[in-house]
Ligand binder design. Sequence first.
Ligand code: MN
Length: 428
Amino acid sequence: MQLNAERIASLEADTNDRHERALTAASSLLELHGASAEWVIEEVRRFTVAAPSWALGTGGTRFGRFPGPGEPRTIEEKLDDVAALNALTGANRTVSLHVPWDEPDDPAALRQYAAVLGLGFDAMNSNTFQDNPSTTREGKITFKFGSLAAADDATRDAAVEHNVRVIELGQQLGSTALSIWLSDGTNHPGQASFRRQFDRVAESLRRIHDMLPDGWLLFTEHKPYEPAFYSTVVSDWGSSLLLAEAAGRNARCLVDLGHHLPNTNIEQIVSRLAMTGRLGGFHFNDSKYGDDDLTVGSIRPYELFLVMLELLEHGGGMMPRLTYMIDQSNNLKDPIEDLAQATDAIQHALALALCVDQSALQAAQEADDPALAAEILHGAYRADVRPLVAEARRRNGAAVEPVIAYRRSDYRAGVARDRGSGHVATGL
Ligand SMILES: [Mn+2]
């Protein structure tokens, strides 16, 4: 069962008139306030964010898992779901694999399969936070006490080897980046030396960096806790930056919106990393308490808007060419609906940020006028850009209303028939 532009257009035949009227109204309101609707629409059209292979199945918690109907059983079926998502949003043109969760037997064939669906491969994610026969030399070593930070030489070697294997796999798929989120750390004070763990990770990352093909980037992703609950080696943006600098010139820092302690000023971190030239990319999600992996924009939409504003400043008024990925886990919604809503939230925040009059904001800042600066930000944030975002999707051959179109398509019922139900897709 395939979703494509023609099918979506026919599913939405009755929405055109309503959409046209909303677009005309929203555009003229925006232009009254000095913003260009056309510019916003075209910038949103250009934006794309990768779907992760592990988010196509229903996520679980420590307490239970309730798989939905027709979850993908294979990588190919995951790609089918991303293709359906991309048909709806027009903004998920790549997929990001997690190895060994999604390790293709025949990478060349998988690349071809993806190309036929109009998809490419984004950053590869290596997993050394679990023992797996393919990463632990058939069980001869274990990552229980760490991988790239492990005290044991053979364990560190195996972890480096796994990353190199993921790079080689990525090369065959057409990817150009390796993302490393490291769970290494400690659960107990005194368990390990902060300094020696850090030095070992720096050395391991250097070894991996040395194996990067031309044009490739290496991303380090920080996170303050979980599964290590006393300390993590890559705990914050400062540690991530130090490690990227130690690893080599093609190492960058990746910011996951949920990987911060409560109340951290994430937009300021974005600004700092952008200044250093080491900002590599983003993992989008949202959180109330910790690394909740909730739907983007569902809890703190204003923060997302401010992050977008920093990105636009970094890109000279346009979205900079970084690696963008959705990193969510949901255990209640249909995964495709959740990813469509996340993509819409990112597009919406981007559109709002594009409405900010940057030169007026800068003038207010230089004149020490915080009230005027707030007026400028709120003027943009309170605009109704939904019809512009919908128009960007429509021009990309996607849906005006992705979730409604998806439900009308009966895609889930179709894949439930083809794939059956009751199995659990690999991933979180
Ligand atoms: Mn992440």
